[in-house]
Design a protein around this ligand. Structure first.
Ligand SMILES: NC(=O)C1=CN([C@@H]2O[C@H](COP(=O)(O)OP(=O)(O)OC[C@H]3O[C@@H](n4cnc5c(N)ncnc54)[C@H](OP(=O)(O)O)[C@@H]3O)[C@@H](O)[C@H]2O)C=CC1
Ligand SMILES: Nc1nc(=O)c2c([nH]1)NC[C@@H]1CN(c3ccc(C(=O)N[C@@H](CCC(=O)O)C(=O)O)cc3)C=[N+]21
Length: 283
C-alpha cells in the first residue's frame, strides 16, 4: 500500500481561488491589501522565493512590491526603512526575507516590525498570542501544515506528533499550533539521543531539518502521516526534501512531496495573513 500524497500546490491553488473572490470584494469597498517584501543581498534562493511571493500575490489581486537593498545595507538603514513602512498607511503587511546578512541582528529587525503588519507571524507579541491561543497572524509554514492536515481530515486531537527541528520559524511554532489542536507533541533536534525511538512513535511526523534523506522508512511507524518541510537544492539544481520520499511512501498513510508540498502552502498562508492585516487596518 502506497501513501496518499498531499498535493500542497493544488490545495494552495484552491485557497488562492477563494482568496481572489475575497480580495475582489475588498477592492470593491476600496480596500486593496498591500504586501511589502524587503530583500537584502542577492542570495539566489531568497530571490526565487520572493519572486514566488510576488507572483502569488498578483494571482489573488493583492498588490505587492519588493524593496531590494544591497548586502552592505546597515542595520540602522534597515530599521529606518521598517519604521517608514510601519508608518505608511498603504502598507498592510511587511515581510523581511530571512536569512539576513551577518552584520544585521535578525531578532532586532523582527521586533521592529509593527505586530499589526507582521504577516510572517514572527514578532514576539504574535508568538505570545499564538501560544495563548488568541487570534493572531500565525507563522506561515506551521499554518500551512495544519491546513494541509485538516484538508485531508487527518486526526490531530489526541495523536502523537513528533517534530524534528526547533527553529523559531518552523519547528517550535508548528509543535505549538498542534498542541493547541490537542496533539501530544514531542520535539527532537540535533542533541536528541536515539532519534528513531521517538520518530517511530509518531502518528504525525514533521521533519524540518534541512538535510536531504535525513528520514527513511526505518524511522516511520506504519500508517503515519509524514510532513516534509525541508527544501534542499541538490548539485543538479533539483529540489528535494528531508525525507526519502520513495521509501517513506511505502510505509506512511499520507506524505507531502517536495516540491509541491509545504512550500506553496507557506506562500498561500502569507497571502491569507496579508488579507487579514488589511481587514484589521483598513476595514
Ligand atoms: N517549505 C517551506 O515553506 C519552508 C522550508 N524550510 C526548510 O525547512 C528546513 C528547516 O528550516 P529551518 O527550521 O529554518 O532550519 P534551521 O537550520 O534553523 O533548523 C534545523 C533544525 O534541525 C535540527 N537538526 C539538525 N540536524 C539534525 C539531526 N541530525 N537530527 C535531528 N535534528 C537535527 C537542528 O537542531 P538544533 O536546534 O539542535 O541545531 C534545528 O533545530 C530547511 O530545509 C529549510 O530550507 C524553511 C522554511 C519554510
Ligand atoms: N521572512 C521570511 N518568511 C518566510 O516565509 C521565509 C523566509 N523568510 N526565508 C526562507 C523561507 C523558505 N520559504 C519558502 C517559501 C516557499 C517555498 C516554495 O514555494 N517552494 C516550492 C518550490 C519553489 C522552487 O521551485 O524554487 C515548492 O516547494 O514546491 C519554499 C520555501 C519561506 N521562507
Amino acid at each position: 500500500m502506497s501513501a496518499e500524497i498531499i498535493n500542497g500546490k493544488e490545495l494552495a491553488q484552491q485557497l488562492k481561488d477563494n482568496m481572489k473572490n475575497e480580495v475582489t470584494e475588498l477592492r470593491d469597498k476600496g480596500i486593496t491589501p498591500h504586501l511589502t517584501v524587503v530583500l537584502i543581498g542577492d542570495n539566489p534562493a531568497s530571490k526565487s522565493y520572493v519572486k514566488g511571493k510576488k507572483k502569488a500575490s498578483a494571482e489573488t489581486g493583492i498588490s505587492s512590491d519588493i524593496i531590494e537593498l544591497p548586502d552592505s545595507t546597515s542595520e540602522e538603514k534597515l530599521l529606518q526603512l521598517i519604521s517608514e513602512l510601519n508608518n505608511d498607511p498603504e502598507v498592510d503587511g511587511i515581510l523581511v526575507q530571512l536569512p539576513l546578512p551577518e552584520h544585521i541582528a535578525e531578532q532586532k529587525v523582527i521586533e521592529y516590525i509593527d505586530p499589526g503588519k507582521d504577516v510572517d507571524g514572527f514578532h514576539p507579541v504574535n508568538i505570545g498570542r499564538m501560544m495563548t491561543g488568541k487570534d493572531t497572524f500565525l507563522p506561515c509554514t506551521p499554518f500551512g501544515i495544519v491546513t494541509m492536515l485538516k484538508s485531508k481530515n487527518i486526526a490531530i486531537s489526541g495523536q502523537h506528533v513528533v517534530v524534528i527541528g526547533r527553529s523559531n520559524i518552523v519547528g517550535k511554532p508548528v509543535g505549538q499550533l498542534l498542541l493547541n489542536e490537542n496533539a501530544t507533541v514531542t520535539y527532537c533536534h540535533s542533541k536528541t539521543k536515539g532519534l528513531k525511538q521517538f520518530t517511530k512513535m509518531a502518528d504525525i511526523l514533521i521533519v524540518a531539518v534541512g538535510i536531504p534523506g535525513a528520514i527513511g522508512a526505518d524511522h516511520i511507524k506504519p500508517g503515519a502521516a509524514i510532513i516534509d518541510v525541508g527544501i534542499n537544492r541538490l548539485a543538479d539544481g533539483s529540489l528535494t526534501g528531508d525525507v526519502d520520499f520513495e521509501e517513506a511512501k511505502e510505509v506512511a498513510s499520507y506524505i507531502t512531496p517536495v516540491p509541491k508540498g509545504v512550500g506553496p502552502m507557506t506562500i498561500t498562508m502569507l497571502l491569507q495573513n496579508t488579507i487579514k492585516a488589511a481587514k484589521g487596518r483598513k476595514a
